[in-house]
Ligand binder design. Structure first.
Ligand code: ATP
Length: 235
């Protein structure tokens, strides 16, 4: 579905991605794991057009997108849920969800999707009239993912959805990501520092170190790899 080839991305003089290549097959969950500062968020922002690459190619469903603006990439169905749950704090839960559907005009479909989201996250249904800023961190993360789903993405880019959440909520978020992939066939690119949980739900994975992909394999093989165990799983 998405092919990234020899990508180089810079912040001024900082060379953040150094010839990065990877593939996201349709219908799969692919995870990108790595330490702080490895370049994982930069990879997502290069795909979504927020930090365009200086060199290299990105094709989505056969179309080159590496020179497109973020709004055009979004309109093609590539949706990023940024790190840090940037929801609209003064809008209610329902209004935040409606904002996610701003390119759609099928009122009935939008209402159905909101019902579906409330079935995925009953906690959001209970708080539908509450403003985003008054939600807990975990609830804001649920809302950020849900807002991303409201545009019916073909490819969902998730940046560290488990960051700063209590273990029970981390379990819930990962179980729901797996459910979204299974029930809607949404392709998911999951950037995570929680390598253990990410590899358990992913089909395949990539390991990034200092802007370079150093390992790639099925998620099951990466979970059993000595290098991944030592460096990322603390085993
Ligand atoms: P984290 O898990 O901490 O978010 P990451 O793997 O997502 O880390 P990036 O945020 O992509 O890593 O950062 C990759 C490199 O680019 C780092 O060296 C970082 O300091 C640098 N970088 C990121 N954003 C900027 C920026 N806006 N300006 C300058 N340098 C940046």
């Amino acid at each position: 579905m998405l092919k990234v080839k020899s990508l180089h991305t810079y912040y001024g003089g900082i060379h953040a991605l150094k010839s990065v290549s990877f593939n996201l097959p349709e219908g799969e969950i692919v995870t990108l794991i790595g330490a702080n500062g490895a370049g994982k968020s930069t990879a997502l922002m290069s795909i979504s057009g927020i930090v365009p690459p200086r060199y290299g190619e990105i094709t989505f469903l056969g179309r080159p997108i590496h020179q497109m603006s973020p709004d055009r990439i979004f309109a093609l169905g590539v949706v990023q849920v940024p790190e840090g749950r940037r929801i609209f704090p003064l809008l209610t839960v329902t209004e935040n969800l409606e904002m996610g559907a701003y390119l759609r005009n099928d009122r009935k479909g939008i209402a159905q999707d909101i019902d579906y989201i409330f079935s995925l996250f009953p906690r959001l249904a209970e708080r539908r009239h509450q403003t985003g800023g008054t939600l807990s961190g975990g609830e804001q993360q649920m809302l950020a993912i849900s807002r991303g789903l409201m545009s019916r993405p073909k490819l969902l880019l998730l940046d560290e959805p488990s960051l700063g959440l209590a273990p029970v909520l981390v379990q819930l978020i990962f179980a729901t990501i797996e459910k979204i992939n299974r029930e809607n066939k949404t392709t998911i690119f999951l950037v995570e520092q929680n390598a253990n949980m990410a590899l358990r739900i992913a089909h395949r994975g990539y390991v990034m170190e200092s802007g370079v992909i150093t390992l790639q394999d099925t998620a099951a093989n990466l979970l059993n790899s000595e290098k991944v165990k030592q460096a990322y799983l603390g085993i």
